[in-house]
Design a protein around this ligand. Structure first.
Ligand code: ZN
Length: 612
């Protein structure tokens, strides 16, 4: 999935949360598993009916529906619960009492109980849950409540009333139509696609891979996708020297219209790429896929302590997203380079774009990478995305990953790199079932592999907001960053999207043509230049020339849609480009070659360089 005293800390401890804390370790003795049946009998109404069979246990049980999942945002899935009812094993109704908006208490459950509820699910994309006439895709945490005293016991799920011809794809263990998981966390880390999808399989690097595609067959070429996936998984597994799974599943949707994004899981990923973009090239698909696949290590297994245990009742605050997300983006670049899906020129060009994005946001001087991580929970709010309010932990985190890699190479004379940091964290945290302590844990790993004191790097650039001295980092690989002033087209507004959500205007330049045309902060951009607004709209805006007419279909906060037209203006802006130094030495060349491979320099090559 692609901040501090300022935040109101949610200290309201719900009854459910209190029970969770007290009873967590004591529940493993429950003999029979909790059994769910998910009925898909009403696809046209997008209504899912869930039945939960609770085994015999205590006289009073609580059921909690998570308030967040898939995005670091509280989305209160309970808003979609139409009703909840319960009965005992003989069919006598039991009293259901709502404890808070996401928690229900049931009396008389000593002999077991049957709980039923109806929940609406119609949000498309990898971060959501949806049932419609075409398919079902579920992040199960968004539709399945868990018994608060039995979150860590085995669970079974059965899907019933499937429309004719639909199949089920998920990594959950199955026997016929029944799926099981060791506990609720594992269950809900396994998205489920149900419908008429296409499937391909392949083996690579001793692992088995399943590719599920639910899209119009005219919009993609399965053989091309499989060929790209082989390169990505081989490059990533080779780079980490590890394959912590037997089978891994890719679930793809290529919707018409706006789309884009991916969600990582321990043994699978769900990814949306727009059909338009698939027709142009596989670039968007390979980028998101390399990112999500690398997450199977970074965040799913190399995991910050602050995300564990998952608190489904409120925010899990973490300072580590610059690493868990941003460094995953840095790894994405390295994996694509190693896979031959990106060359040096493209890689350096993209790096320049990332530096430009960070430097153009005034908030890079006021919000640190750690604060941006904590503030992830504000990303559903449009104002938060303003350039003077926030930086992205993806953007700054990726750059920090690249700079940390260069700093480690410098400090260790090329003998260590980011690869060794990640492998060390994999060996010392993931493989030992331990979680790392946010930025401190990353520093510990980086200092261990480099034998250097990196306090200043972490203080200034990770916890602090000091300007990153790009040239100091890039010099050892023979590169420099050049600020290139340019007169650029100015649309007169900035807009942002919350992952795969709609495009929302968060700033309109005072006195601009956009303002005169009537565009307002809070408007949703429905169409841009006659095309549905989505992931590609940013590129569309970048391609504009001064004097072009911009046509926007905008929806106001009150829902009224109107078409607005205005002439694109100009402003001066600085772009940053990563370029060769005037003279690049042999040593710098060797360091750069190793850096672009994501590898440390061999002792021989390095000492040869130094002797020279
Ligand atoms: Zn991510």
């Amino acid at each position: 999935m692609n901040l501090c005293p300022k935040l109101r800390r949610a200290i309201r401890l719900s009854f459910c949360a209190a029970i969770l804390t007290i009873s967590f370790p004591a529940v493993a003795q429950s003999p029979s598993p909790v059994a769910y049946t998910v009925s898909l009998s009403s696809p046209d109404q997008h209504l899912v009916e869930v039945q939960i069979i609770l085994p015999a246990g205590s006289a009073q049980r609580e059921l909690q529906l998570p308030v967040w999942n898939a995005l670091y945002q509280v989305r209160d899935f309970a808003q979609y619960v139409n009703w909840v009812r319960a009965k005992d094993r003989s069919g006598h109704p039991l009293e259901v009492r709502e404890v808070d908006k996401s928690c229900w208490e049931i009396e008389g459950t000593k002999g077991g109980a049957i709980v039923e509820y109806q929940i609406y699910a119609d949000a498309a994309g990898p971060f959501n849950a949806q049932l419609n006439a075409h398919h079902a895709f579920f992040n199960l945490a968004q539709i399945l409540m868990y018994p608060v005293d039995a979150r860590s016991v085995p669970l079974n799920v059965r899907f019933s009333h499937l429309p004719e011809g639909w199949h089920i794809a998920t990594v959950l263990a199955s026997s016929s139509n029944e799926f099981s998981a060791a506990n609720y966390d594992r269950l809900v880390d396994s998205p489920v696609e149900i419908g008429n999808f296409k499937e391909a399989d392949f083996d690579e690097s001793d692992g088995h891979f399943r590719v599920i595609v639910d899209a119009d067959s005219a919009d993609y070429d399965m053989a091309g996708i499989v060929a790209a996936l082989r390169k990505i998984v081989a490059a990533a597994i080779g780079w980490m020297n590890d394959r912590p799974f037997e089978t891994y599943m890719f679930i793809y949707h290529f919707p018409r219209g706006p789309a884009g994004g991916g969600m990582e899981h321990a043994f699978s990923t769900a990814i949306d790429v727009s059909a338009d973009s698939m027709k142009q090239s596989l670039d968007a698909l390979t980028g998101v896929t390399a990112h999500e696949f690398f997450h199977l290590w970074n965040v799913k297994r190399i995991r910050p302590q602050t995300l564990e245990p998952i608190d489904y009742t409120k925010e899990n605050y973490t300072r580590a997203l610059w690493f868990s997300e941003g460094v995953t983006s840095a790894a994405e670049g390295t994996i694509r380079l190693r896979a031959g899906l990106l060359d040096e020129k493209q890689y350096l060009y993209r790096l320049g774009e990332q530096i430009t994005e960070l430097e153009r946001r005034p908030a890079h001087l006021t919000q640190s990478a750690e604060e941006s991580s904590l503030d992830a929970w504000l990303e559903g709010d449009s104002y938060y995305h303003r350039p003077d309010r926030s930086v992205s932990y993806y953007n700054k985190g990726e750059l920090l990953g690249v700079m940390l890699d260069l700093a480690i190479r410098d400090a260790s004379h090329g003998q260590a790199s980011l690869r060794e940091v990640l492998q060390w964290m994999n060996a010392n945290y993931a493989k030992k079932g331990r979680f790392f302590h946010d930025s401190e844990g990353v520093r510990e790993a980086a200092e261990t592999v480099s034998h250097a004191d990196l306090t200043s790097f972490f203080t200034k650039y990770v916890a602090g907001t000091e300007e990153i001295p790009w040239n100091d980092f890039f010099r050892p690989v023979g590169l420099r960053v050049e600020a290139v002033p340019a007169i650029v087209a100015d649309a007169g507004f900035t807009a942002s999207r919350n992952f795969d959500g709609p495009m929302s205007v968060n700033a309109v330049t005072f006195g601009s043509e956009a303002e005169r045309a009537g565009l307002q902060v809070g408007d949703t951009i429905v169409e841009l230049q006659g095309r549905a607004a989505g992931r590609e709209s940013r590129q569309e805006l970048i391609r504009l020339n001064p004097g072009d007419t911009l046509t926007v279909r905008a929806r106001s906060r009150r829902g009224a849609e109107r078409e607005l037209k205005w002439k694109v203006g100009i402003r001066q802006e600085i772009s940053y480009e990563v370029k060769n130094l005037d003279q690049v030495t042999e040593q710098q060349r060797a360091r750069r070659a190793a850096w672009l491979k994501g590898e440390a320099q061999s002792a021989d090559a390095n000492s040869a360089g130094i002797q020279k």
